[in-house]
Design a protein around this ligand. Structure first.
Ligand SMILES: CCCCCCC/C=C/C(=O)SCCNC(=O)CCNC(=O)[C@H](O)C(C)(C)COP(=O)(O)OP(=O)(O)OC[C@H]1O[C@@H](n2cnc3c(N)ncnc32)[C@H](O)[C@@H]1OP(=O)(O)O
Ligand SMILES: Cc1cc2nc3c(=O)[nH]c(=O)nc-3n(C[C@H](O)[C@H](O)[C@H](O)COP(=O)(O)OP(=O)(O)OC[C@H]3O[C@@H](n4cnc5c(N)ncnc54)[C@H](O)[C@@H]3O)c2cc1C
Length: 672
C-alpha cells in the first residue's frame, strides 16, 4: 500500500464518531468552530508561512516575527475578531512573540493587581496596543526566590514619586519576554521601601521606551539576552536585560490592590491577602496546563500518523509491518496519546477552578487560594515535565526522520522545553505542593476537614496510624481479575491510597526533626515524590469525572474510557514501587493491571489515527512532513531535502578553499 493510501485505510477502521470527539477535545461546539475557523484562516494566509524558520538567522527571524505579530493584529482589527478568536488566531500563528507577554502577563498583572482606577487608566491603552507591555520579575541573580529580588522602589514623599533602581549587577532584570527590543512598558517587580522601611516585593508600571522614537528613557538600559536553545524555536522572542539608574515614576504607578502607599509614604494593607501579588503567576500556570495538552497532542499526532505510515521488517507475505503494530511502539506511544487527552480535561477543570477562585476573591472569600496555588503549581509542573519528555519520546518514535527539522519535532521540543523552567521551576513548584500537603496532613489531627483535591486525605484519617510497611495483601480487595481495574472506584482508591500513604509517611518522617524547616530540606526529594503522586491523582480523578458526564457521539465515551485507563494503568506501572511499597496493591494485582493495559492497547490500535485526527490540526499548524494528514511522507520528505540552502549549488561554498586542496594533498601523498 502506498503512503497516501495508508491513512485513509486506517481511518476506515475507526469505531467512533470523530466529529463528536473533535467537539469533546475543543471543549464545546462553539470552541470547536472558533478554533477551526481561526486555524484555517492562518493556514490559508501565506503571510503566516513558517516552514523556513529553522533556516533564518536571528535578526531575520526576529524581524519576521515582528511582521507576523503586526500583521496578525491588523487582521484581528480588520475582521473585528473577539478576544477569544484573537487568542486562537495567535495560537495558530504558532510563533512565540512579544504579544504573548503583552496579552498573557502584562494585561493580567494590571487586571489582577491594579486598583479600579489603575485598570481604567492602563487597560484601554494596552487593549488598543497603544502601549506594549511585558512582565519584568526575574533578575540575573534571582528567579525562583521572588523575595530575594534586589531591584528597589524607594518612595520619595517630596516629589510623590518612586525611584526605581538596580543596585547591583545581579539585580538586572533578566529574561522577560518582549523586553529586549519591543516593550514600551513593563510591570516591574521591586522591593518597596518607604520611610526607610522595607515592605516586600510589589509590582510597578514603568515606561521603558519613548512612545515617539522607541529609544530607552533616561536611566534605562535595555537589550536582548542572546540566543537560546535550538534554531528558530524561542529565538523569535526578545527575552531582555534591563537596568534602572534611579528612574522616577509617579506614586500611582505602583499596583496597589494589595497594599496602598499614601502620599506621606504610609503603607495601608487592604483586606486582600499578600499572596495576590503572585496572582499573575497562578493565572499563567493555569494556561500553561492547557497549552501542555496542545503541545503534547501535536507531537503525538505526528508520531502516530508516521508510525502508521512507516514500515520495518517483513511478515511472511512480503508486506512489511507498520511500526505502530509493534507492541513496544504502542507501549511508548499510546500512554502519550492518553496523556494528551488527560491533560486536556485536567486543563479544563483547572480553568474552572481558577474562575471559581477569582469570583470568590472578588467577594472577599480567600479560602480556596492555597488550593488554587497548589493545583496550578503542581499541575503546571506535572504536565510540562511529562510533555517535554513526551515530545522527545515522539522524536525517537519517529526513528531517524524524527531528528530532521522537517519532522517538526526538534523545533517543538526546543520551543516547549523551557516551560519546565519558566513560570516557576518544576521542582520548586512541587515543593510548594509538598508544603501544602504537609500542612493539610498536620491539621488532620485537629479535626480540620480537608476540602477539594485534598478531601481524600480526610477520608483516610486512619492512615495517621499506618506504618506504611510493605504488605502482601493489598488494601483493595476487589481486584481479582484484569477487568477489575476498569472500575472507576477501584482506580481512584488505588491512586488515593498511594498518595495518602506517601503523604502520611513523609509527614511522620518530618515529625522526627526538631526543626521542621531542617526536616523539609532534608526530606525534600521524598516530598517531591509525594507531590507528584498527589498531582497524578488529580489528573486521574478529573479524567474519571469527565467520564461521568454526558458525552454524545457514537463510541466516543468508550474511546475516552480506554484512554483514561491507559493513562492511569501506565502511571501505575511506571510508579509500581510507590504502589507496592505503600502496600496499596499486591504484586499479583500489579500484574493484572499490566494485562489490562495490553488489552487496552489492542482496543486503541484501530482508532489511533482517528484519535489524533480529533485534535483537528491543520498541516500548517502541525508543521511536520511526517505528520501530514494525507500520509504522503516519503515524496514530501525527498522534496523538502532539496530546499535546503546547501543544495542551492552542486558544489558547496568552500570547495575550492578546503575540499579540493585536501583531496589534492592526499593524492600527492599517496604518490610519494
Ligand atoms: C501566556 C503567556 C505565555 C507564557 C510565556 C512564559 C513566560 C514566562 C514568564 C515567567 O517566567 S514570569 C516569572 C515567573 N517566576 C516564577 O514563577 C517564580 C517562582 N517562584 C515563586 O512563585 C515563589 O517565589 C515561591 C516559589 C512560591 C516562593 O515564594 P515565597 O518565598 O514568597 O513563598 P513562601 O514563603 O514559600 O510562601 C508564602 C506563602 O505564600 C503562598 N504562595 C506562594 N505562591 C503563591 C501564589 N502564587 N499564590 C498564592 N499563594 C502563594 C505559599 O503557599 C505560602 O503559603 P502559607 O504556607 O504561608 O500558607
Ligand atoms: C524562555 C524563558 C522565558 C522567561 N520569561 C520570563 C518573563 O517573561 N518574565 C520573567 O520575569 N521571567 C521570565 N523567565 C524567568 C523564569 O521565570 C525563571 O528562569 C524561573 O522562574 C526559574 O528561576 P531561576 O532561573 O532563578 O532558576 P533557579 O532557581 O536558579 O534554578 C536552578 C536550579 O536550582 C533548583 N532550585 C532552586 N531553588 C530551589 C529550592 N528552594 N529547592 C530545591 N531546588 C531549588 C532548581 O530546581 C533548578 O534545578 C523566563 C525564563 C525562560 C527560560
Amino acid at each position: 500500500m502506498e503512503g497516501v493510501d495508508i491513512l485513509p485505510h486506517e481511518r476506515s477502521k475507526t469505531q467512533f464518531d470523530v466529529d463528536a470527539m473533535k467537539i469533546v477535545w475543543a471543549g464545546s461546539r462553539h470552541a470547536f468552530e472558533v478554533s477551526d475557523r481561526m486555524a484555517r484562516l492562518v493556514a490559508s494566509d501565506p503571510a503566516f508561512q513558517k516552514d523556513n524558520r529553522s533556516r533564518l538567522g536571528r535578526k531575520e527571524l526576529f524581524k519576521n516575527t515582528l511582521r507576523k505579530a503586526t500583521y496578525a493584529w491588523k487582521r484581528i482589527l480588520e475582521l473585528r475578531l473577539t478576544e477569544e478568536e484573537a487568542g486562537r488566531l495567535r495560537f495558530f500563528v504558532d510563533e512565540p512573540a512579544f504579544t504573548d507577554l503583552h496579552w498573557g502577563m502584562f494585561v493580567p498583572a494590571i487586571k489582577g493587581q491594579g486598583t479600579e482606577e489603575q485598570q481604567q487608566k492602563w487597560l484601554p491603552l494596552a487593549y488598543k496596543m497603544q502601549i506594549i507591555g511585558c512582565y519584568a520579575q526575574t533578575e540575573l541573580g534571582h528567579g525562583s526566590n521572588v523575595q530575594g529580588l534586589e531591584t528597589t522602589a524607594t518612595f520619595d514623599p517630596d516629589k510623590d514619586e518612586f525611584v526605581i533602581h538596580s543596585p547591583t549587577l545581579t539585580s538586572s532584570k533578566w529574561w522577560p519576554g518582549g523586553l529586549g527590543k519591543v516593550s514600551t512598558h513593563a510591570v516591574v517587580y521591586a522591593r518597596l521601601i518607604t520611610n526607610g522601611e522595607e515592605h516586600g516585593v510589589h509590582g510597578f508600571i514603568v515606561q521603558l521606551r519613548s512612545l515617539d522614537d522607541h529609544m530607552p528613557l533616561p536611566g534605562i538600559t535595555i537589550g536582548d539576552i542572546g540566543m537560546k536553545f535550538g534554531n528558530g524555536a524561542y529565538n523569535t522572542m526578545d527575552n531582555g536585560v534591563l537596568t534602572f539608574d534611579h528612574v522616577r515614576i509617579p506614586r500611582n504607578q505602583m499596583l496597589m490592590r494589595v497594599l496602598q502607599v499614601t502620599s506621606e509614604g504610609k503603607c495601608v494593607q487592604s483586606n486582600v491577602p499578600r499572596q495576590l501579588i503572585y496572582g499573575t503567576m497562578v493565572f499563567v500556570r493555569q494556561t500553561i496546563v492547557a497549552d501542555a495538552s496542545s503541545a503534547l497532542s501535536r507531537a503525538v499526532c505526528i508520531a502516530t500518523r508516521y508510525s502508521a505510515v512507516r514500515r520495518q521488517f517483513g511478515s511472511q507475505d512480503g508486506v512489511e509491518t507498520q511500526v505502530i503494530d509493534y507492541k513496544t511502539q504502542q507501549n511508548r506511544l499510546f500512554p502519550l496519546l492518553a496523556s494528551a487527552y488527560a491533560f486536556r480535561f485536567v486543563g479544563e477543570w483547572l480553568k474552572w477552578l481558577y474562575t471559581d477562585v477569582t469570583q470568590r476573591l472578588q467577594a472577599n472569600d480567600f479560602s480556596t487560594l492555597p488550593e488554587a496555588h497548589a493545583c496550578t503549581a503542581g499541575l503546571k509542573s506535572l504536565t510540562t515535565t511529562a510533555t517535554a519528555d513526551a515530545i522527545e519520546e515522539c522524536r525517537k518514535l519517529c526513528g531517524g526522520h524524527g531528528y530532521l527539522c522537517a519532522s517538526g519535532l526538534p523545533e517543538l521540543f526546543a520551543v516547549y522545553v523551557p516551560a519546565c523552567t519558566y513560570e516557576g521551576d518544576n521542582v520548586v513548584l512541587l515543593l510548594q505542593v509538598a508544603r501544602f500537603l504537609m500542612k493539610t496532613v498536620s491539621q488532620l489531627g485537629s479535626g480540620k476537614k480537608p476540602i477539594g483535591t485534598t478531601a481524600y486525605l480526610g477520608r483516610v484519617q486512619d492512615l495517621m496510624q499506618c506504618r506504611c510497611e510493605v504488605q502482601t495483601v493489598g488494601i483493595i480487595y476487589s481486584i481479582n481479575a484484569a477487568e477489575d481495574w476498569l472500575k472507576p472506584s477501584v482506580m481512584l482508591e488505588a491512586f488515593e491510597a498511594r498518595s495518602a500513604r506517601m503523604c502520611v509517611a513523609r509527614a511522620q518522617n518530618l515529625g522526627k526533626f526538631a526543626n521542621p524547616e531542617d526536616g523539609f530540606a532534608e526530606l525534600s526529594a521524598d516530598l517531591v515524590e509525594a507531590a507528584v503522586a498527589h498531582c497524578q491523582l488529580i489528573v486521574v480523578s478529573k479524567f474519571l469525572d469527565k467520564l461521568q458526564q454526558d458525552i454524545p457521539g457514537n463510541g466516543v465515551k468508550q474511546q475516552l474510557q480506554n484512554l483514561c485507563y491507559i493513562y492511569a494503568l501506565n502511571l501505575l506501572h511506571k510508579h509500581l514501587g510507590d504502589f507496592l511499597s505503600t502496600g496499596c496493591i499486591t504484586p499479583k494485582q500489579a500484574s493484572l493491571a499490566n494485562d489490562q493495559l495490553r488489552s487496552l492497547y489492542s482496543q486503541v490500535r484501530p482508532n489511533a489515527i482517528a484519535l489524533v485526527d480529533a485534535f483537528n490540526y491543520t498541516d500548517h499548524y502541525l508543521g511536520s512532513v511526517l505528520g501530514r494528514y494525507d500520509g504522503n511522507v516519503y515524496p514530501k520528505l525527498y522534496e523538502e531535502a532539496w530546499k535546503d540552502p546547501l543544495n542551492d549549488s552542486v558544489l558547496p561554498d568552500g570547495y575550492n578553499e578546503y575540499i579540493r586542496p585536501l583531496l589534492k594533498q592526499q593524492l600527492h601523498n599517496s604518490r610519494l
